[in-house]
Write a protein that binds this ligand. Sequence first.
Ligand SMILES: [Zn+2]
Length: 252
Amino acid sequence: MNAFILPKMTWPEVKEALKTAEVALIPIGAQEQHGHLIAEGCDSYRAEAFSARLAEKCFPKVIVTPTINYGISPHHMDFPGTITLRPETLINLLEDIVSSLNKHGIKKFLFVNGHGGNNAPMAVAAENIARKYDVEIGHTLFVRAAKNTIKEEIHSEYFGHACEREVSECLYMVPEIVRKDRIEKADMYDSFTVKYAEDNYVTLVHQFNELTKNGNLGDPTKGSYELGEKIIEEALENISIFIDEFIASKRS
Ligand SMILES: [Zn+2]
């Protein structure tokens, strides 16, 4: 693969790469339950695989940092194996990564996030860091960049975790983490909608084991490699266009 992945490079190779690379991608994932059907590193594997593909598409303009394999997952702690960071840990970690790379001359960063629970602290980190250092920071829950495909192809009322969208992304990028014989619909409690619905005008702090018995949302049986390809390729196209604009933009 023709892509600058920092943990796979020597320092002279990095020195050479920094002659052309202007944006650092920082993949952020989670270690949390994803039902019976996807291994718990799902969001980390997806963020890492997506960032590597993005780096290949944008070669030689970006570098990729090591993946942050933990995220903000207190709402999954009732399932075995989930590990959560405190929000301030993620915020501090992002600052340390950005300030280190800034010392090496990188001034533009994109946080490539695979887990919705990271969104709020990631946004706080971007605000804090961009105003403290002489850097520009973008952040994305990368799958949102596939909004056309998601609107056209996904019809479950509630989805977004161990669902048809997420299992499809895995089948396309990291099939080895999917248990293909355990793909099943979400087994929801009747009361879940009040707590979960993203379009509610009030957001409630919730625990996933109050919403779903098996840990899934939506209908993962509707997932496929082909749907994953459509989602990921749309997101890659849109975010690569953003990266070109980000590089071309100059602060006034
Ligand atoms: Zn996930």
